[in-house]
Design a protein around this ligand. Sequence first.
Ligand code: V47
Length: 371
Amino acid sequence: MARIFSRNVVEGIQFQDVSLVPIWERVRAGERLGHADGVRLLETDDFTAVGRMGDWKKRQVSGDKVYFVLNRHINPTNICVLSCTFCDFAKNPGDEDAYELSIDEILDLLDDDMHEVHIVGGHHPTWPFEYYEDIVKAIAEKFPAIDIKGFTAAEIDYFWRRWNIHPEESLARLKAAGLKSMPGGGAEVFSERVHQLLLPGKSDANRWIEIHQMAHGMGIKTNCTLLYGHIETLAERVDHFMKLRETQDESGGFLAFIPLQYQVGFTKLVPRHTPPMDDLKVIATARLMLDNIPHIKAYWVMLGEGTASLGLNFGADDLDGTIGRERIAHAALADSPAGLARQKMVRLIRDARRTPVERDALYNEIEVYAN
Ligand code: V47
């Protein structure tokens, strides 16, 4: 029997799933979406309509532009006191593949062309806080043109738990040393159920939010993330979006949201990673729900280059950066390359029929690559 599709075209979008039409009407009217809307967007098979809505919303914010940055991810150590069940990166001291980078080794990974360094590492059992401060100082001194984006809220909380250095103090000292912004990692999923199952012992949702709000209050911009595609439910993903949106209403310092697709690696919480259709719906739903966060990244390292480039038509306006030698996703067997050249970033963005814009960590434009 022939399958009959409805032919509902509303304001330029053809809907196969007519339950999305009221959502589209609210998006066009500039109204906030609710929890049920978010779940509907993630559930539906009409992913092209979801993508068109996400793209429309993206264009309201950044037009045709898609940002990228010449950057380098540096993970100073993989030695970590935690054993989060989704993480392949963390090692114990003495493990064959455990490593610790010296400040000179870190400086050797950077060069003058770069505009951002992203620093995230394990919760090291004995490295004093001053070592992190010295890393930031040394980079700021040798490479004044590189914006330093470093330390997840979970690491800032660990400095408190391990060394009794209050987050306000560690953030102030890191800022004085040269820290410009903070990455969004460590948020995982703001669900107490998931937290208990996957990361007991790591700082929880309230603490993550508190530290980001503290940073915002001190003029430090931050990013935010969601780790999805493991044991979380669709409703828990949407709860997470709503909490991020509330946080941003209050303190306003999030620059970008990055959906992190769970890399199955050796931890295998689920048999396979999420299919591209789900990744694209997560990007579009984030764009539509997070109406107060300006940038949404399609993180090519975890999504792969193809899905990331498609994500630029589903509401994402940022491809992150060239990255250099990424270790967290690659420890979990990500099959993307470890880094991409500037020309490759430009090509992925042009493939998506968008205008590449090179930026710094704070989204100041460095160069627009006219098409
Ligand atoms: O905090 C760990 C996650 C994060 C796995 O702010 C995993 O601009 C997937 O936060 N599969 C680090 N994810 C990456 C991160 C990030 C990346 C790019 C840009 C920005 C930004 C932030 O990766 C960790 C954790 O949430 N993670 N293991 C895994 N198996």
